[in-house]
Structures are given as structure tokens and as C-alpha cells.
Design a binder for this molecule. Structure first.
Ligand code: ASP
Length: 477
């Protein structure tokens, strides 16, 4: 009897957790120094999972986006059709992302994870730390300071930044690099410049510049439609390339169960269950918010897209599991396209265009997460001398808008949401040295937000496919 791929992937995930927990506890039992054999096992797991499997998926993303969009656009009967699919897709993205943030805000405001006792212990420790820093500063200055002394605030910021950097220097450096940029800078540097980047540079960047590739592919496809007959060789080339890359995707999917076992084992071995001790309420809030949003998306899929939850799960389970473990919507894209077109019968005309766009721009899980995370931090630290505000209606509104923008700007790679969260924090004046508090659980929560991002993209393709189909049927022949 042949075991189905999705069952094997599921077994891979479970085995990964078991192996990861075993390595984690054996490592702890061995004392301060990690035994050599455990270090070697982690090295092998890293090589087989993140390095080889995710590397191979990432290798095909750039040509896939280029080929699938050119193939999708040039298969449409005319340019008006592209416009119709395009605006429906964008309206769907805008509405579902906004609703995701709103759901996250409701959950974090009702559950109040930052006001629970574990979080309040963190606040009490921070109050002591600030009192010590103030005493140090006053000793240096030789006089007492007032509440909003700018020298004191700068001293606290510098000392706290140094401490945060010592937790995880690489991640903190990314946050610090994004800190001083205005929304105008971000628009120019993260949207306009990438859109117009030389396509060879876009493809060769790591991670690839998806926005630039999408824009160039759209331009290429539209120009082919206008040129007509002489453009046929170009169109054939990209259509064949698209088929060939889907073939490679199937080969990669065949080794996914083993690769996913390695990715899971490494992640669990390195983190262990202890990370939830202080941040349990926060994790629960994010996961409950995501569950509510998934419920909403599934209803949209049923009532607007015409696909019920069981058919959706059966059609999309491989992509969902790969997104959950790889934590990258971009790396999952080849599998998402294969699942949506082959199992859920979405027309490649819609899927080839909307899924690459969705993987780049539409991140419901990330948007929800960013809002919850920043409010959680304000619930803990709001009112301290360096966070001189509380959660008002105005602050919540700013968080809502910036969380949507930050999710659009996030790259479809692991941990990206953590970096763009700086935009949300900076907009309300929350110092970025508070963000490292949630570093420990970020990879875990990234699994939930990435799989929700992919689900949102897939349901978008199903919905637009249904609406387009209806419209085409209604149009006069
Ligand atoms: N890892 C997510 C994705 O690839 C982005 C994020 O970090 O939220 O969709």
C-alpha cells in the first residue's frame, strides 16, 4: 500500500518534534557543554533541512515567479481580464489583512497578556533596572534628574540597547538598522526602488526581490499581449519554463517528509518547551487570534469561494504543512501553486498571477501578529519613563494602520515579521530595545503566521477564480 505524501509529511513533523525534544533534554542533562555527538546531529539536521531542502525551494522561487506570471498574464484573453483579476485580488488582500489585524487587536485587548502575572513580573524587574540606571546617571551627572530629562532617556536607551544586543546580536542589529527610517524612506527604498530594479539583479538577490520580479514579469506579459504574433516564442519559453519548474517542485515534495523532520527536530532541539514559561499568555493570544482568523477565512472560502473546509484541507494540506515548518511563504510558493491548481482546480490563469503576488504582499498572519506583539509590549511597559504613554484609542489606530503596512513590507522569509515590527513600534514611540523580549518564541509563532499567510493567499486565488468564472459566464459570448 502506498502511503500518501501528506501523511508522510505529518509523520515527519511528529518524528521531528520527538527527536528535537530528545536532543534538547539530553543536551540539558549533559550540563553546560553540548556533547560533541549532539552538536554533530544538529549540524546534520541543519544541513538536510534548512540548508538543502529550503535552499532548493528558494532556488526555484525567482524563475517560478517570473515564468508563472508571464504564463498567467499571456494566457488571459485580453488586458481587461487582467485588470478584473488584479483589482479583485487587491481588494481581497486589503480586506482580509485589515480584518486579521482587527481580530488580533480584539484578542489582545480582551485577554490582556501583558497584564498577566508573569508579564507583570517582567515589568517589575524593568522598573528596578530603570531605577538603577537613573541612579548611575545621576551619579555621573552629580545631580538629581526630572522624569523627562532627555540626557537620562538617552542614557537608558543606550544601556538598554547594549543589553538587548547581547541577547541576540544578529536579530537586534536588524531591528536597529530599520529604526531610523521614516515611512517616506521606506516607500522610496522598499517599494519604488525594488520595483524598478534591474531584473537580473532582482533574481540574483538573496532573498530574491519578489516585488521587482513581479513588476517586470507583469510588464513583460502585458507587452507580449500587445506585440501579438512576434512575441509567441517569448510566451512559449515562459510557459515551458513554468511547467519545468512545477516538475522540480514535485521532486522536492517527494523528499519533504524527511526534510521537514530535520527542520522540526533542529528547531525544537534548540528552543525546547521552557520558552513558554513567561510568554505563555502572549503565545496563546497570538494562536487564538490566528485560529479566529483562520475560521473567518474558511467561511469566506466556503461562502464566497464555494470550497468547503474539508475539500480545502485535502487540497492544501501539503502546502500548509510545508509553510508551517519552513516558515517561509516564498519557499512554499511552488507547492502552493501546485496544490491550488492541481487539487483545488483553480485556473492557472488566476493562480499563476495571484499566488506570487500574495506570497509577496498578502500576509494576514504577520499583520495580526505585529499588532498583538506591539500592544503586548505596551501593556507591559506602558507608563515607564522611556514609554511615556498608555494604550489609547489613537495609539491603537496607529498600530492598526502600521501593522497592515508592515505586513505588506515583510519579506516572505523566516523572522521577517519581527524586523518590520520596528515600523509599528517606532510609529507609536515604543523603544525597539523592548522587542527582544519576544525573540525566544518568535520562531514558534512564525510557524502559525506563515501557514496563515499561505492559507490567505490560496483562499484569495479560490475566491477570485470563482468570481471571475461567474463574470465570464455572465458576459455575452
Ligand atoms: N515568515 C513569514 C512568511 O514567510 C513572514 C513573517 O515573518 O511573518 O510568510
Amino acid at each position: 500500500m502506498k502511503i500518501k505524501l501528506h501523511n508522510l509529511i505529518f509523520v515527519g513533523m511528529i518524528l521531528g518534534v520527538v527527536i528535537g525534544l530528545t536532543l534538547h533534554y539530553l543536551d540539558k542533562a549533559a550540563g553546560a557543554e553540548t556533547p560533541k555527538w549532539i552538536a554533530s546531529s544538529l549540524w546534520v539536521l541543519d544541513l538536510c533541512g534548512p540548508v538543502i531542502f529550503m535552499g532548493a525551494l528558494k532556488m526555484i522561487i525567482a524563475p517560478l515567479i517570473l515564468a508563472s506570471i508571464v504564463a498567467g498574464v499571456t494566457s488571459l484573453p485580453n488586458i481587461k481580464e487582467l485588470g478584473a483579476i488584479g483589482w479583485k485580488t487587491l481588494v481581497y488582500y486589503a480586506c482580509t489583512t485589515g480584518i486579521a489585524v482587527a481580530i488580533g487587536l480584539v484578542f489582545v485587548l480582551v485577554i490582556r497578556p501583558g497584564k498577566q502575572s508573569a508579564a507583570q513580573t517582567i515589568r517589575a524587574e524593568r522598573e528596578i533596572e530603570i531605577a538603577e540606571l537613573r541612579a548611575d546617571y545621576e551619579r555621573q551627572q552629580g545631580n538629581a534628574t526630572s522624569e523627562n530629562d532627555s540626557g537620562l532617556l538617552a542614557f537608558i536607551a543606550q544601556q538598554s540597547g547594549d543589553r538587548s544586543a547581547s541577547h541576540d546580536a544578529a536579530k537586534f542589529a536588524k531591528l536597529a538598522g530599520a529604526k531610523d527610517r521614516t515611512p517616506g524612506d521606506m516607500f522610496r527604498d522598499d517599494i519604488v526602488k525594488p520595483l524598478l530594479m534591474n531584473p537580473f539583479e532582482s533574481v540574483s538577490n538573496s532573498p530574491p526581490n519578489s516585488l521587482g520580479i513581479i513588476f517586470f514579469a507583469l510588464l513583460l506579459g502585458i507587452a507580449c499581449m500587445f506585440v501579438g504574433e512576434p512575441a509567441q516564442p517569448v510566451i512559449h519559453f515562459f510557459r515551458s519554463l513554468n511547467e519545468v519548474i512545477l516538475k522540480i517542485t514535485h521532486w522536492l515534495m517527494a523528499v519533504a517528509p524527511f526534510a521537514i523532520m530535520c527542520i522540526m527536530a533542529k528547531l525544537v532541539a534548540e528552543n525546547g518547551p521552557e520558552i513558554f514559561q513567561t510568554l505563555g499568555w502572549y503565545c496563546a493570544t497570538v494562536i487564538l487570534g490566528i485560529a479566529a482568523h483562520v475560521f473567518f477565512l474558511v467561511c469566506v472560502c466556503k461562502f464566497v469561494g464555494g470550497v468547503g473546509p474539508i475539500a480545502l484541507w485535502k487540497g492544501l494540506r501539503e502546502a500548509w504543512m510545508i509553510a508551517f515548518t519552513t516558515r517561509s511563504s516564498a519557499a512554499t510558493l511552488p507547492v502552493t501553486i501546485a496544490n491550488v491548481t492541481e487539487n483545488l482546480k483553480v485556473s492557472p490563469k488566476v493562480a499563476n498571477f495571484s499566488l506570487p503576488l500574495g506570497a509577496t504582499m498578502n500576509m494576514d498572519g504577520t499583520a495580526l501578529y505585529e499588532g498583538v506583539a506591539v500592544i503586548f509590549l505596551i501593556q507591559i511597559y506602558g507608563g515607564l519613563v522611556d514609554v511615556p504613554f498608555e494604550l489609547t484609542m489613537g495609539v491603537t489606530l496607529v498600530i492598526f494602520v502600521t501593522a497592515v503596512l508592515a505586513s505588506v513590507g515583510a519579506a516572505a522569509v523566516p523572522d521577517a515579521g519581527l524586523v518590520t515590527m520596528v515600523l509599528v513600534a517606532a510609529a507609536v514611540g515604543l523603544p525597539i530595545y523592548y522587542i527582544p523580549l519576544i525573540f525566544a518564541v518568535d520562531a514558534f509563532l512564525d510557524m502559525f503566521r506563515t501557514s496563515t499567510n499561505v492559507l490567505g493567499d490560496a483562499i484569495g486565488a479560490i475566491v477570485v477564480n470563482r468570481l471571475e468564472g461567474r463574470r465570464l459566464e455572465a458576459a455575452p459570448a
